[in-house]
Design a protein around this ligand. Structure first.
Ligand code: ARG
Length: 455
């Protein structure tokens, strides 16, 4: 009954059977597996290995199996070790002996590798859409709140005032790099292993170029031994997924902090929050905490597969079956994480008043140093002098703008009456009009560039 049974004399141990089986997770490859087999049947006929009637019979049978999966009627049997075995077993039941010709020259090694690549190419397309949708949401939110000024932080200490939109767009660019990486790894996924056989290629004149064209692959694997054991594209995908989730975790962390009562800069929509079973007053940012937490999971998947592949002897080893669960779980995770992140951003309530209240004159100390620089003081010196001004204000326990002019002038003669013009957060923001800076004009230009990227 097994595809490989006749060489072995004993029945497989029942726990070993469960241990060995991958059908529990590779079942989801059914569409890719059948698609690959349909094209393979055509290639067999073109090579003269089966008759046109046999090809049509195989295609008819494969269509029936396809329909069973599509309608959720397919019955997995205990002997179905993996999806490839299951499809072939059912094909035999439906069309009889001729089903046995489908596997001519093919191994499950090149078949499984092909199926996963087909599946990935499909998923990459939909993940790209979800990623772009999140980017679009960010851009729209940034446009809608272009007037809002907030404290910018380094070390989570108040640093300089920035536009809320500028902060938000910083995540657009992280995601834009993720999108580029996805485009690149998509190209390296679009390489066909089929026709590599178990490891050495096939001896039966099957046209691999035809297989690639029919299945939509850009290129052929150049070496059959590499083809059956190459998992680089999966590792790259997991690295991509981990880094993307790390970006989402940082976005989440910012918003978790700012939605706390102490900050109150933003408020999460109820649709993305949960309550507490004990404390009636609670509104918890669980969506954001999960976006943050899932990063650990995805980093784990990357490390798991890298570790499984490390030191493997060349070509196929069963260790490679361990590629699928991390891959599928990473896909499932992102399929939810990306739209949830987009939903959180789209519905986020922004509180400009709370942000304004959190601004303090200390955040204009750099502008004060710039003031002296514009009057000819070397920056190192002006930094030092403004430090003294800040200390004097702290001693008097007043904001910088309430320090009398003679105190300023005791520190540096260059300070004039107009020094008080520095104490304007809007002015500070608008002064930073450098390319990529936080001035409204610069952010508008940035927005235009995000629009160009999104096409
Ligand atoms: N289920 C296997 C996998 O996912 C298919 C390949 C089996 N090949 C083999 N030589 N046993 O890796």
């Amino acid at each position: 009954m097994k595809l490989w049974g006749s060489r072995l004399q004993k029945k497989t141990d029942s726990l070993m059977e469960r241990f060995n089986a991958s059908i529990g997770f590779d079942r989801r490859l059914w569409a890719a597996d059948i698609r690959g087999s349909m094209v393979y049947a055509q290639a067999l006929e073109r090579a003269g290995l089966i008759t046109t009637e046999e090809r049509d019979e195989l295609l008819r049978g494969l269509e029936m199996v396809q329909a069973e999966f599509a309608d959720d009627r397919f019955q997995i049997q205990p002997t179905d070790e993996d999806i490839h075995t299951a499809v072939e077993r059912r094909l035999g039941e439906l069309i009889g002996q001729v089903a046995g010709k489908l596997h001519t020259g093919r191994s499950r090694n090149d078949q499984a590798a092909t199926d996963v690549r087909l599946y990935m190419l499909d998923k990459i397309a939909s993940l790209k859409e979800a990623l772009v949708n999140l980017q679009r949401t960010i851009v729209e939110k940034a446009e809608a709140h272009i007037k809002v000024i907030m404290p910018g932080y380094t070390h989570l200490q108040p640093a300089q005032p920035v536009l809320f939109s500028h902060w938000l767009l910083s995540y657009f660019w992280m995601l834009e790099r993720d999108r580029q990486r996805l485009d690149e790894l998509e190209q390296r996924t679009s390489i066909l292993p089929l026709g590599a056989g178990a490891l050495a290629g096939h001896a039966l004149g099957i046209d691999r170029q035809f297989l690639a064209q029919q299945l939509g692959f850009a290129r052929l694997a150049e070496n059959s031994m590499d083809a059956v054991s190459d998992r680089d594209h999966i590792i790259e995908f997991l690295a991509w997924a981990a880094l993307l989730q790390v970006h989402l975790s940082r976005l989440a962390e910012d918003l978790i902090t700012w939605s706390s009562a102490e900050f109150g800069f933003v408020e999460l929509d109820d649709a993305y929050a949960t309550g507490s079973s004990l404390m009636p007053q609670k509104k918890n940012p669980d969506s954001l905490e999960l976006l943050r937490g899932k990063a650990g999971r995805l980093i784990g998947h990357l490390v798991a597969l890298l570790t499984a592949v490390k030191g493997l002897p060349s070509t196929y080893n069963k260790d490679l079956q361990e590629d699928k669960e991390p891959l599928f779980d990473a896909m499932d995770t992102l399929e939810l994480a990306l739209p949830v992140a987009a939903g959180v951003i789209a519905t986020l309530k922004v509180h400009p008043q709370r942000m304004a209240e959190a601004l303090n004159d200390g955040m204009l100390a750099t502008d004060l140093a710039d003031y002296l620089v514009q009057r000819g003081v070397p920056f190192r010196r002006s930094h030092h002098l403004v430090g003294q001004v800040v200390r004097r204000a702290l001693q008097r326990d007043v904001p910088l703008r309430e320090l009398p002019l003679d105190e300023f002038r005791e520190v540096a003669e260059k300070f004039g009456e107009d020094v008080y013009l520095v104490f304007d957060f809007r002015r500070s923001v608008e002064a930073r009009a450098s390319y990529g800076g936080t001035a409204t004009q610069a952010v508008r230009q940035q927005l235009a560039r995000t629009r160009e990227r999104l096409g």
